[in-house]
Design a protein around this ligand. Structure first.
Ligand code: AMP
Length: 215
């Protein structure tokens, strides 16, 4: 099973991908995570991507498609993949088709997380993660049970993404509208799109995804 999770920043792609990894043994390929790792490691790719990511713009199609290709090469064809945050442009969608075909994979579904943009700003600007285990939290919607202590691993260190500020989020939304939303019709024409309500709570969204994958 190979699926794309598609939706604007804050739609819940990463959260749902993590659940699919835990529940189904699929592998999450998040270009955002790969790029953040490259920035942290100071690789040439990271050095090129850093400023673009901080501005909320899109990193070049060549860079992100190469990252995805490398990760796919390291995986067994039988392992299911969740594409999270990729593709984000028509050129990336074309590149992904080629990457999949050449590795004997087919795309099963494009799960579109439909969300209310106004609510997303609050979702994104309030989110943070445990610096140790990566568990996600939110200033308003999901605080740790004991203030300042991660529910999962007990760490007291948390972090926020530098691009999760109001100004950058507006740019990221605009990029989504201008460059990413237009790829939906490509997949609709192929009968692959399954829209779901991304404003529902996490467990409902997850149940809706399960319904699609098991249906
Ligand atoms: P994300 O974690 O998916 O929100 O991505 C964070 C940032 O990384 C984006 O705002 C872009 O600057 C960059 N990025 C992630 N994935 C892609 C992609 N598929 N194409 C271009 N830029 C990307």
């Amino acid at each position: 099973m190979n699926i794309i999770l598609l939706g604007p920043p804050g739609a819940g792609k990463g959260t749902q991908a993590s659940k699919l990894v835990a529940d189904r043994g699929m592998v999450q390929l998040s270009t955002g995570d790969m790029l953040r790792a490259a920035v942290k490691a100071g690789t040439p790719t990271g050095q090129q991507a850093k400023a673009v990511m901080e501005s909320g713009g899109l990193v070049s199609d060549e860079i992100v498609s190469a990252l995805i290709g490398e990760k796919l090469d390291a995986l067994d064809t039988a392992t299911g993949v969740i594409f999270d945050g990729y593709p984000r442009t028509a050129a990336q969608a074309t590149a992904l088709d080629e990457l999949l075909v050449s590795r004997g994979r087919t795309l099963d579904y494009v799960i579109e997380l439909e969300v209310d943009e106004a609510a997303l700003i609050e979702r994104v600007t309030g989110r943070y993660t445990c610096a140790n285990c990566g568990e996600g939290y939110h200033d308003r919607f999901k605080q740790p049970k004991v203030a300042g202590v991660c529910d999962v691993c007990g760490s007291t260190e948390f972090k926020r993404r530098p691009d999760d500020n109001a100004e950058t989020v507006h740019t990221r939304m605009a990029e989504y509208r201008a460059k990413t939303a237009p790829i939906l019709p490509i997949y609709e024409a192929r009968g692959l799109v399954r829209p779901i309500d991304g404003m529902a709570d996490i467990d409902h969204v997850s149940a809706a995804i399960d319904g699609i994958l098991d249906g």
